[in-house]
Write a protein of this length. Structure first.
Lengths: 115, 113
């Protein structure tokens, strides 16, 4: 089955540690995204990537980093510079060209808690 | 940047009744897409319905339908015959191409038995 896999589902981190959230898709989509979800805030874009070896900052990129070495993979690193990292993180993908409806396909999310 | 406004942070509806969730957006584009996503307690985001701006006919998917008013930049979701499984957060999403994607802040819908 085609889809998006995020891991781990739950992650605990001590202050000052970097952590990496994994996102893998087998939908052959060019575009991939990372969103952060906080209560009452909706979904806010952290980073997105349109193509391998290219990515762009979203609205709240500070304290985060990404890489896109393979089409299928778009890992997100939450660095110690992120002041309030406890949140729910969603990875998504969408096709780049026609039939490009802009529809997003989501993973199941990762819950990060800083202790 | 585009803005998407969902003016109802929380709503409730009796089981089997009808409820309408509102969404307005700001854009200067003529061609774009609008979506409603559902996020149940499992937190998996599920596409409910989509509307292409160039289509005048309102989209429908079983019990879900939209009222798309392009001139008013309004995109409301109507849920008929509400079921307990409809309890979820609902997000309105505006999209123009792959990369101009803007979410509203969501409406928490509770279906009451």
């Amino acid at each position: 089955d085609g889809g998006i896999t995020q891991s781990p589902k739950y992650l605990f981190r001590k202050e000052g540690q970097n952590v990496t959230l994994s996102c893998e898709q087998n939908l052959n989509h060019d575009a991939m995204y990372w969103y952060r979800q906080d209560p009452g805030q909706g979904l806010r874009l952290i980073y997105y990537s349109q193509i391998v070896n290219d990515f762009q900052k979203g609205d709240i990129a500070e304290g985060y980093s990404v890489s896109r070495e393979k089409k299928e993979s778009f890992p997100l690193t939450v660095t110690s510079a992120q002041k309030n990292p406890t949140a729910f993180y969603l990875c998504a993908s969408s096709p780049r060209g026609p039939p490009n409806t802009g529809e997003l396909f989501f993973g199941e999310g990762s819950r990060l808690t800083v202790l | 940047a585009q803005t998407v406004t969902q003016s109802q942070p929380e709503m409730s509806v009796q089981e089997a009744e009808t409820v309408t969730l509102s969404c307005t957006y700001d854009t200067s584009e003529n061609n774009y897409y609008l979506f409603w996503y559902k996020q149940p307690p499992s937190r998996q985001m599920i596409l409910v319905i989509r509307q292409e701006a160039y289509k005048q006919q309102n989209a429908t998917e079983n019990r879900f339908s939209v009222n798309f008013q392009k001139a008013a930049k309004s995109f409301s979701l109507k849920i008929s015959d509400s079921q307990l499984g409809d309890t979820a957060m609902y997000f309105c999403l505006y999209g123009a191409g792959s990369y101009q994607l803007t979410f509203g802040k969501g409406t928490k819908l509770s279906v009451i038995p």
